[in-house]
Design a protein around this ligand. Structure first.
Ligand code: NAP
Length: 308
């Protein structure tokens, strides 16, 4: 029986692993389908404390992995399909490769940004296509960029991007924003933001270097198409938390984010903790995920001590 199984190997998962491994709990990590999490899909990370020159996302994750393994964390490349709570209070974790038993489980499975589903999308991530203005906005100074979406995220990202970009197109499929009034007003009153209503992106166009140089816009009212030149597209059409496999073990909000107990990473199921983007639609930062990973590890450690 494992003391701790950590599901997910992003910032939250690795930080939980470092802490529980240093507490001699020998955590077992199960990677899921994206080992290293969302930071493996970004380029340079400039806002993780301790790296004044910035650090490449994949390198940061490799270092977290090394640090966790150095203290005894074990990593298994498997996708978790279900978690069950048993009558004796322990957990059965069913993976694509088999089953594990554990006394506590930390869910750190993150969230996946939604994309439009266009053909060359995956290849363009980090090459003028991204879902994180905080991460990548500063790379696009004095050039036009676009944000796709009409919610709070899109308005927040568009407003943030005006610090750098010469112009920010806000491309929305309707003529009314979904965002809260205050966020919508802030975005629409900003002279650098130009809304592009009733429109959708049907194609990402690239230059010889394979970087995004423009998009094809389709007007959903008259069907007309036009090219819009820009240097980067920020897709802000929502995230999907990776929580579906948990069934009724946790309560979730209407978007699938796990609800933690107030001020804690514990959940409604004793011994089950949640950390990082799977439980956080609000901050969604590497460093806040790491912080929650630390909190979940400390709570799991205390739970184990109390249930010896
Ligand atoms: P969201 O509220 O679900 O908005 C997603 C937006 O993307 C909507 O405008 C939607 O259009 C559009 N969209 C969805 N699928 C699309 C597609 N396939 N093609 C084109 N457009 C598409 O997501 P969010 O903005 O990420 O916000 C998620 C939650 O976090 C919300 O509860 C939000 O309030 C909260 N949040 C809060 C803050 C804050 O308070 N500081 C900041 C960010 C997020 P439609 O409007 O037509 O459906």
């Amino acid at each position: 029986m494992e003391n701790v199984i950590i599901i997910g190997t992003g910032c939250a998962g690795y930080t939980s692993a470092i802490y529980t491994a240093r507490a001699n709990l020998e955590p077992l990590m199960l990677t899921g389908t994206q080992p290293g999490g969302q930071l493996t899909t970004t380029t340079e990370v400039e806002n993780f404390p301790g790296f004044p020159e910035g650090v490449m996302g994949p390198e940061l994750m490799m270092n977290m992995q090394k640090q966790a393994e150095k203290f005894g964390a074990r990593i298994e490349y498997a996708n978790v399909e279900a978690v069950e709570k048993r009558d004796d209070g322990s957990f059965l974790v069913k993976t694509s490769a088999g089953e594990h038993e554990a006394r506590t489980v930390i869910i750190a499975t993150g969230a996946a940004p939604k994309h439009l589903g266009l053909p060359n999308e995956k290849d363009l991530i980090g090459r003028g296509l991204t879902s994180c203005a905080t991460c990548d906005g500063a790379f696009y100074r004095d050039v036009p960029v676009a944000v796709i979406g009409g919610g709070d995220s899109a308005c927040e990202e568009a407003t943030f991007l005006t610090r750098f970009a010469s112009k920010v197109y806000l491309i929305h499929r309707r003529d009314e924003l979904r965002a809260s009034k205050i966020m919508a007003e802030r975005a629409l009153e900003n002279p650098k933001i130009e809304p592009v209503w009733n429109s959708t992106v049907t194609e990402y166009l690239t230059d010889e270097a394979g970087e995004v140089r423009a998009v094809t816009l389709k007007n959903l009212q008259d069907g007309g198409e036009k090219e819009l030149e820009l240097k980067c597209v920020f897709v802000a059409i929502g995230h999907v938390p990776n929580s579906a496999f948990l069934g009724d073990l946790v309560d979730k909000d209407e978007n699938g984010y796990i609800l933690q107990n107030p001020g804690r990473t514990s959940t409604k199921t004793e011994g089950l903790f949640a950390a990082g983007d799977v439980a956080d639609h609000y901050y969604r930062q590497a460093v806040t995920a790491a912080g929650q990973g630390c909190a979940a590890a400390l709570e799991a450690e205390r739970y184990l001590a109390e249930h010896e």
